[in-house]
Design a protein around this ligand. Structure first.
Ligand code: HEM
Length: 411
């Protein structure tokens, strides 16, 4: 089911495949695709959970459904796991400790101080393309904002953006030929990308030590309490998690958002008529349909039963968020894009459990601010081609999508 080629099918065939899953048994067993890379092995298979209610059960019961064996269906070599995944691939109490410490970067006060940055960056991005009349919406608009915001959050200098961007693409786009670096094998490419990001973080941390910066790195390296410190390795892998978790996801939500607005002019008109009033529901509706993180895996720590299905200790369980976000038991007309949908208990940011997206609030801000700028300055912007899909089972991603608009003067 969840192989890298799934999203290369026409959109209506993807929808039909998901609708079939909902019509079948609550849990389906799938073989794991043979990884193209000889370093990785195909595992024994996995349970695919598609129902909203069952995903809530798995998310909540993290003692039974562990994250520590990996969060993707294909097993990642253990030496990679912690380095690339930080707390998202840990269980409590280690997860809880790390989450408590880094949550300092996500308090209303910290997010408030990023607010201007989000606004200024979004405005500059739109100004940069405004006179051109067309752009690659993914690379020119959607990708630029979240990257800059994560770097600002961590106090990473402007000069490092390009390097951070290229390495993130390698880590998450590893299955896609476009992002496979030439001349090196998969493992080396992944390790190099991680090592470059870790080295950068080490340099930033050294520079911030003893200073009075307000960025998250300064807060973490200068914490007064011993228990609030992150060592260099924890800091590096947290940074890797943030750039990956915070960039690709938000980029794809913004890209799919433009596609949905293009395909649904009636919904676009509704939002345009009352931008601030509709924004909260419109943004959640974009995240619901886009579901940028297709699934998260857990591993059963004991024999258990889910929705009547016996699951054995050690078996993999994939929470297919994108399917839960189209569960006909929960969402009326689930394939329809409805900017006023309420209630909208979407699981795009994860189910109700300890790993619920730490950046959900920030992501919602970024998406809102970007569309506000676009509606204001380029009101007729629209996608003029189908999204070029990322070949990834894990990320519901768009690599490129050309957009057109009436050129606007920036000053
Ligand atoms: C539309 C944008 C985003 C989407 C769809 C998204 C989605 C997710 C999902 C599905 C999870 C896993 C939830 C689980 O396993 O239960 C997650 C975790 C996480 N996200 Fe996001 N995310 C987004 C933006 C961000 C941003 C902007 C940041 C930070 C700058 C961020 C940081 C994190 C972190 C640190 C975790 C790990 C939390 C933990 O393990 O406790 N995310 N996100």
């Amino acid at each position: 089911m969840m192989d890298a080629l799934f999203w290369l099918q026409p959109a209506d065939e993807c929808d039909a495949a998901i609708a079939r899953l909902h019509a079948e048994a609550p849990l389906d067993w799938f073989e794991e695709p043979l990884p193209e890379n000889p370093y990785l092995q195909a595992g024994p298979g996995y349970w695919c959970v598609t129902r909203h209610a069952d995903i809530a059960t798995v998310s909540r019961n993290s003692e039974i459904y562990s994250s520590a064996q990996g969060i993707t269906i294909t097993d990642t070599p253990t030496e990679f796991l912690e380095f690339f995944s930080s707390m998202i691939a840990m269980d409590d109490p280690r997860h809880a400790r790390l989450r408590r410490i880094v949550s300092k970067g996500f308090t209303p006060r910290m997010l408030g101080s990023l607010e201007d940055s989000v606004q200024n960056v979004a405005a500059a991005i739109v100004d940069e393309i405004a006179e051109k009349g067309e752009c690659d919406f993914v690379t020119d608009v959607a990708a630029a904002l979240p990257l800059k915001i994560v770097c600002d959050l961590m106090g990473v200098p402007d000069s490092a953006y390009e390097m951070v961007f290229a390495n993130t693409n390698i880590i998450l786009g590893i299955g896609d030929p476009e992002f496979a670096p030439e001349g090196v094998d998969f493992v080396t490419a992944l390790l190099n990308a991680g090592a470059d990001l870790a080295q950068l973080m080490g340099e930033v941390a050294d520079e911030k030590k003893g200073g009075d910066g307000r960025d998250l790195t300064s807060v973490l390296v200068n914490a007064e309490l011993e228990d609030d410190h992150l060592d260099q390795a924890d800091l590096a892998s947290f940074f890797v998690l943030l750039v990956v978790a915070g960039n690709e996801t938000t980029r794809n939500a913004i890209s799919w958002g433009l596609k949905y607005l293009t395909d649904n002019p009636d919904q676009r008109a509704v939002w345009a008529a009352d931008f601030e009033g509709i924004a909260p529901t419109a943004v959640d509706e974009i995240v619901r349909l886009a579901s940028p993180v297709t699934y998260m895996r857990r591993t059963a720590t004991e024999d258990t039963v889910l929705a009547g299905q016996e699951i054995s200790e050690g078996e993999k369980v994939a929470m297919f968020y994108l399917a839960a976000n189209r569960d006909p038991e929960v969402f009326d007309d689930p394939y329809r894009f409805d900017v006023r949908r309420a209630p909208n208990p979407q699981y795009g940011f994860g189910g109700p459990g300890p790993h619920f997206c730490l950046g959900a609030h920030l992501a919602r801000r970024e998406i809102t601010v970007m569309f506000r700028e676009l509606f204001r300055k380029l009101p007729d912007i629209r996608a003029i081609e189908d999204p070029d899909p990322l070949q990834s089972p894990f990320i519901h991603g768009v690599k490129h999508m050309m957009a057109e608009f009436t050129p606007a003067r920036t000053s």
